[in-house]
Every structure is written in C-alpha cells, then in structure tokens.
Design a protein around this ligand. Structure first.
Ligand code: TYD
Ligand code: MG
Length: 456
C-alpha cells in the first residue's frame, strides 16, 4: 500500500507546511501555498527512490579532490556562466519565460557538441518542429544527436540505457511526469518527482542533465522554485522581447560563481554569443545628447561599458513619476535624495525616467555615479563629453566609494577609446597609473566634485 500524505508547499520559496496557510512564514508571500502529495519512505516512487546501496561514512582526507575535467560546450558564454564548462553528473536548470529562447539555446549547443552523444527529450515539440528549428540555426546535424518526443520520465530513462548518452536534455520539466504519481504534469509533485529521478540518473551515471523550466513573469509556477533546491545549478535566460539581447545569468551554481553573465543576440538564424558586450550596450551615438552617462561596469569577471539614459522633465500632475528600467527603483530614489540634499538640485516637481541601454539589468553598484550624472545632465540639458566614462558607488552622504576591479574597468575603457574616466579617489592609491596611457584618470571623492569635473 502506497502511503501518501498531503503537504502544502509555498510556490515562492518551497517552504513546506503540514497545513494550508494564507501567508508563508518563510518568505512572507500571501496565498502561495499549493497542495501536494508526498510518499512516505516506505513507499518508494516508481523510479526507485533515492534508496539503493547504503552509504558508508568515509574519511574526508581519503576523498580524491582532483577536479573532474569539465565538458567544453563550445560556447564561451555558456562555459563561463557554468563556471568553466559543464560538470559531469551535474543537474542544471535553465529557467526563463516562454519564448525567450531556451530551446533554441540548448538545441544550438548540442548541435555544436559534435563529439558527444546527446539525447534531446522534448515534451513540447514534435520531431519535425525540432528539425525545422535545427535547420533554422543552420548547424550541420551530426550523427550524435538523438531526438525523443516523450513526456514519461521512465521511458526517457529506459531509452537512456540503450543510447547511453553523454548529455541528456529535458525540454521542459513542466511537461514531464512520473508514473504512479497522481497529479498532472506541471504540478509541484510531478516536477519534484521528475527532477528527483533525473538527479538520481545524473549522479549514478555521471551524465550531465540540462533541464528546461518555464517561469512566468510573476514567477507563479511553482516548479522552478521547488527545483532550485534540487539542482546543482540554475541558469536564468532573460531579456526583453523588444530587444534582441538575451542574458544568461547564473543564480545558483555549486561549481562556480553566481555573478557570471553570458550575452547573446537573438537572430533570425539562432543565437549569437556576444563576446564584446560594450559594442551592443553603447548606443554609438555620434552627436552628444544630454541625459547620457557611460559606466565602466563589471558583471562577474567581465568588464564592459554600458550606457545610462535619464530623462528629467517637469511633472505634469501632482505626484512626480519615478521609473527605472534595468535599475533598482529604490536605489534610484536614494540617489535622487542624495542629489537633492548634497548637491542642492530641486527634483521634487520633476518626473525622472531612467533606462539602462539594451534592457540589461546590472547589479554593479559602480553604476551609481553615472545614474546621478545622467539625471543631472538631463536636468540641466547639457551633454557629457562622449569620450568620458565613470564608475563609483555613491554613499548617503554624497561620498564616492571605491569599486572592485578598478584596473580592469580602466583597461576596458581605454580599449574602447575613452579619453577620461572618473574613478573613486580611494581606488586610485592602489593602481599602477603607468599601465594606462592615453586615458586621463580623474580621482573623485564626492558627488559635487564629480559633477564639477563633468559639467565644469
Ligand atoms: P524558443 O527557443 O522556442 O523559446 P523557449 O524554448 O524559451 O520557449 O524561442 C522562441 C523564439 O525565438 C521565437 O519567438 C522565435 C525566436 N527565434 C529566432 O528569432 N531565431 C531563431 O533562429 C529561432 C530558432 C527562434
Ligand atoms: Mg521551448
């Protein structure tokens, strides 16, 4: 007799509770509890459960620490986001909104992996549709790629026994189901059981498994959140549909850094890795316009220059609007307050719109200084010299605080032909100025001072 019990799981954070609750005690979200059935240990699920051979304690010192060679995905962006290639036996979730390009990315990647046998299991598209997509990305289809249109995990794993793939792709986890689990595909129970089965397969056979998971704008599908706890790495594929750039971001990675970023451009013939993001992120305006400031930013290990655009106008209605695309709105409000208090600019009656070029979301605090500069530039309608860029975190008292990897930022600016860069004063002490020629390094300690440098 299968023993089943009902638990309630928070769709936001995966918190489990024996009874339904209106508000999740862990993440504080309202109305996120969903019912799911779990099997007790005695009734192992159809795929066999985690059981099997009993584990024995061993001495840590006797564990070999030699790193397994990683699998080169033949895509520098993907390799970097994975932390230097795919780890054998790892379970990686690629999350993203529907239509963002997850299937395209994975298909393109496996078509490029000609030396490895790959099984692409799809519950979303027919063989013909996948073939059409493969033709579209114009990759030569090698002998090593196997397609399987199947939604039952047991069947997929049975085929794996025969084909012995070196990489398994599951597109998508929401369409998969495990036999003997009552709920429908896409429910938390099915997603969890399917993922657990895939995890077991990955670990036992040392075959890496890439799982596609859809998330909606509101993040309302429980799956990927619950999945995040199970998988080794979570990569998020994001981007604005109105832009052609797609960003692959690592949110969780047991084998690498989570601040890595991969940038792609979606073209009619598939995704193109962008190795020089600055080219895309600067709008290449020839004439100087007000409201634009350029930051020497860093995401992960990669420096790039990115444009901040601001528009400040007199508020038409009582309450002024503040809106930010690609930048934290609270941080914008904080910076506007600093600008008011420390520099004395009256922004109370002004609408402020802020936009980071390319629809990119950058978490680098070195953006602060350019946000302030762009806002002021728009407010006084004076352009900032287009060969000047800057970086610096702004503190509440208007001080400019040091940023990480300053040399890399300066080097990137120099490479792209910038003549002048404003850097936090506290950063300058550590830099070997002799390394940089043809770029003027201007140390600034306070916002007022930076603005004087920019606007005279
Ligand atoms: P898809 O990979 O199907 O998205 P997902 O798997 O995340 O749901 O990508 C779908 C979008 O990508 C679709 O709107 C068409 C576009 N696309 C291109 O622009 N170029 C291409 O070469 C391909 C294959 C798709
Ligand atoms: Mg898809």
């Amino acid at each position: 007799m299968a023993k089943e019990k009902t638990v309630y799981v928070c769709a936001q954070c995966g918190y489990e509770s024996p009874k339904w609750q209106g508000r999740c005690p862990a993440c504080g979200e309202w109305n996120t509890f969903k019912e799911m059935t779990v099997r007790t240990a005695k009734s192992a699920p159809a795929w066999g459960g985690h059981g099997g051979a009993e584990a024995k304690p061993i001495q840590l010192s006797s564990v070999s620490a030699e790193e397994e060679p990683r699998i080169d995905m033949h895509d520098q962006e993907l390799n970097r986001v994975l932390g230097g290639g795919l780890v054998p036996g790892s379970l990686v979730l690629i999350g993203g909104e529907p239509g963002i390009g997850k299937s395209t990315l994975l298909l393109q990647t496996i078509l490029g992996l000609t030396e490895r046998r790959v099984l692409y299991a799809s519950g979303e598209e027919s063989e013909r549709q996948i073939k059409l997509r493969a033709d579209r990305v114009k990759a030569a289809v090698g002998e090593n790629v196997y397609l399987l249109c199947e939604t039952r995990i047991e069947q997929i794993l049975t085929h794996c026994k025969n084909i012995q793939p070196e990489l398994l792709v599951i597109d998508s986890i929401q369409t998969m189901s495990v036999e003997g689990v009552e709920s429908s595909p896409g429910s938390i129970t099915q997603i969890r059981e399917s993922a657990a089965a895939l995890l077991k397969y990955a670990k036992e056979n040392a075959v890496p498994v890439l799982i596609v998971g859809h998330i909606t704008k509101q993040g309302s599908i429980a799956g990927p959140k619950v999945l995040e706890h199970i998988v080794d790495a979570v990569l998020q594929f994001e981007g604005d549909r109105h832009y052609f750039y797609r960003i692959l971001r690592s949110i969780k990675n047991r084998f690498g850094s989570t601040s890595e970023l991969g940038i792609y451009e979606m073209r009619a013939e598939g995704l193109r890795p962008v190795d020089n993001p600055s080219e895309l992120l600067l709008s290449q305006q020839k004439q100087e316009l007000s409201g634009i400031a350029i930051t020497a930013a860093i995401e992960g290990v990669r420096p790039f220059l990115i444009e901040t655009q601001a528009l400040v106008s007199t508020a038409a209605y009582g309450t002024p609007q503040r809106s930010a695309t690609g930048f934290d709105l609270r941080r914008l409000n904080m910076l506007l307050a600093v600008l008011e208090k420390r520099v004395g600019f009256k922004l109370v009656q002004k609408d402020v719109f802020l936009n980071i070029a390319g629809g990119l979301r950058v978490a680098d605090t070195a953006m602060d200084l350019s946000v302030i500069a762009a806002v002021l530039s728009s407010n006084v309608d004076t352009a900032i010299d287009s060969t000047t860029c800057m970086c610096g975190e702004v503190g509440l008292s208007g001080e400019i605080r040091p940023v990480s990897r300053i040399e890399q930022r300066i080097a990137e600016a120099q490479k792209l032909g910038f003549r002048r860069i404003l850097v936090p004063e506290n950063n300058v002490k550590g830099i070997n100025l002799k390394l940089f020629h043809g770029i003027d390094i201007v140390p600034v300690a306070r916002v007022e001072q930076a603005l004087r440098e920019l606007f005279g």
